[in-house]
Design a protein around this ligand. Structure first.
Ligand code: ADP
Length: 490
């Protein structure tokens, strides 16, 4: 019986192949690091050829552990969103390096569009802001600055796509040029309610519509691998951007259900059901799912600095030797002794959106030591999440519980502090690879192993730990007013 699902998890720093059994147990995995190219300050590039080669190698490493390609019911791909690949449809070769989501080179073009008054209309249509983060202006930059891209566009052979789109093209031997609706909703080129890419938005951004992939569902018979690759064709049955995938992996299927991923940064998404998001508080509106042509939406808030603050304490200040030491330090004292950190090391994201802000460590005294700094760093996660919770509430979405994951969620002290400061139950799955799991669920449904995501979740998700709020309101209020005061200083 072919009942394994192969998930290709395409992160920013690595590519992984993960083999899931139909009960959600991770049977095997392989991983390779990706080279990061920084040609100039603010520029970040990947080599799309390297992504493909390493993905193929990782897949070939785990497929034999399933007993061969015949044992794999479907492939799912989840990916770093917004990163743009340009390739030639005829040769199948990349035309230039991929521009990564973190890349800021298109800020002048975004500023031009904002100054011309386009942001309100673009936000209403796409749910996004005019920021270099999103794919559309990166495509335009390639059109203007890479002669090979422009000439391929003129000859009708240009293909643009995000990373999952590129990999489906390669896996299918060039037969399929598609993108799933969750990835498409991060480009600035698709309306939240439009079926495919939007001609008006393409015109505004200067991106040729014929170069864009076809927008598809996220689960189903989406494409098929070239039989020459793995000895047998394997259907591609699940596709999702990484944050949408984690939201599905956390089984946030009902409106209001929310997940927060604490990795390098923090990403919070709340299911909005069929309600098209229209944030008044600079949160993003995005497609959470598209299945059988029906869309579910989410609102999203991202915090730029989460685990990277702990990494900075470790690597630049030497406050801790390992990230997990922060937990013992935080527990060793009753409070932070008035020390407060605003971790704006690379500006502030949602809901503040202040690119110029810089970090502050406030309230230091001779009594302050490593423990106070470590505790204040962890406390900052709950403070930042609290600001997001308020913005979400102002947009009409009150969190009942918060489902957390990501590397930093392993920190029990932080999980408890989140529950205390937000006043809601915090749940953490024992299996924290929710991004890969969400896509495994989509692919399992797409391959017909389960009839729907609810049943896939029931079978494939493991146990969760819960953290209940237990903090006196006075303590909580004192923390929040200290945080707000310190925010004024950035
Ligand atoms: P990403 O997927 O963004 O690379 P991960 O989900 O792997 O990130 O999480 C890694 C981040 O979490 C690092 O920045 C690290 O500092 C932080 N981290 C990992 N474990 C802990 C811990 N026990 N306590 C606090 N921070 C942690």
């Amino acid at each position: 019986m072919s009942d394994y699902i192969l998930v290709l998890d395409e992160g920013t720093t690595s590519t992984r192949a993960m083999l899931f059994a139909s009960d959600g147990v991770l049977a095997a995995s392989a991983q390779e690091e990706l080279t990061q190219h920084y040609p100039q300050a603010g520029w970040v590039e990947h080599d799309a050829g390297e992504i493909w080669e390493k993905t193929l190698r990782c897949a070939n490493e785990v497929i034999p552990k399933a007993g061969g390609a015949a044992m794999i019911a479907g492939i799912g791909i989840t990916n770093q969103r917004e990163t743009v690949v340009a390739w030639d449809k005829v040769t199948g070769e990349p035309l230039t390096r991929a521009i990564v989501w973190q890349d800021r080179r298109t800020e002048p073009f975004c500023a031009e569009l904002r100054a011309a008054g386009h942001e309100a209309q673009v936000q209403a249509k796409t749910g996004l802001l005019l920021d270099p983060y999103f794919s559309g202006t990166k495509m335009r930059w390639m059109m203007d600055n890479v002669p090979e891209v422009r000439s391929a566009a003129e000859q009708g052979t240009l293909a643009f796509g995000t990373v999952e789109s590129w990999l489906v093209f390669k896996l299918s031997g060039g037969a399929s040029h598609i993108t799933d609706a969750s990835n498409a909703s991060r480009t600035l080129l698709m309306g939240l309610t439009g079926e495919g890419f939007d001609a008006e938005l393409c015109d505004l951004l200067g991106v040729p519509l014929p170069a864009l992939p076809k927008v598809t569902d996220m689960s189903g018979d989406l494409a098929c691998t070239d039989a020459a690759l793995f000895g047998r064709d394997i259907p591609i049955t699940g596709l999702a951007g990484d944050q949408q995938s984690a939201t599905i992996g956390q089984a946030c299927f009902a409106p209001g259900e929310t997940k927060a991923t604490y990795g390098t940064g923090a990403f919070v998404l709340t299911n909005q059901g069929s309600v098209v998001p229209n944030s008044k508080n600079r949160l993003l509106g995005t497609v959470l799912m598209q299945i059988n042509g029906v869309r579910t939406y989410a609102i999203e808030g991202s915090v730029f600095v989460a685990g990277s603050l702990v990494q900075w304490l470790r690597d630049s200040l030497g406050v801790v030797g390992t990230a997990s030491e922060t937990e013992g330090l935080a527990r060793s004292i009753p409070d932070s002794g008035g020390v407060t950190i605003v971790p704006a090391l690379s500006g502030l994201g949602a809901p503040h959106w202040n690119a110029e802000a810089r970090a502050v460590i406030a309230g230091l005294s001779f009594a302050s030591g490593k423990a106070e700094i470590a505790r204040a760093a962890l406390e900052a996660m709950a403070h930042q999440t609290h600001d997001l919770a308020q913005a979400f509430a102002a947009d009409g979405t009150t969190w009942q519980t918060l489902r957390i994951d990501g590397g930093m969620s392993a920190n029990d002290w932080m999980a408890q502090d989140l529950a205390n400061m937000l006043g809601v139950t915090v749940e953490r799955p024992d299996f924290v690879e929710t991004t890969a799991l969400g896509t495994a669920m989509l692919a399992a449904v797409g391959a017909g192993i389960y009839p729907d995501l609810q049943r896939a979740a029931a079978a494939m998700r493991g146990d969760v730990s819960t953290f209940e709020p237990s903090m006196e309101d006075a303590v909580r209020q004192e923390r929040l007013s200290r945080w707000r005061r310190t925010l004024q200083a950035v």
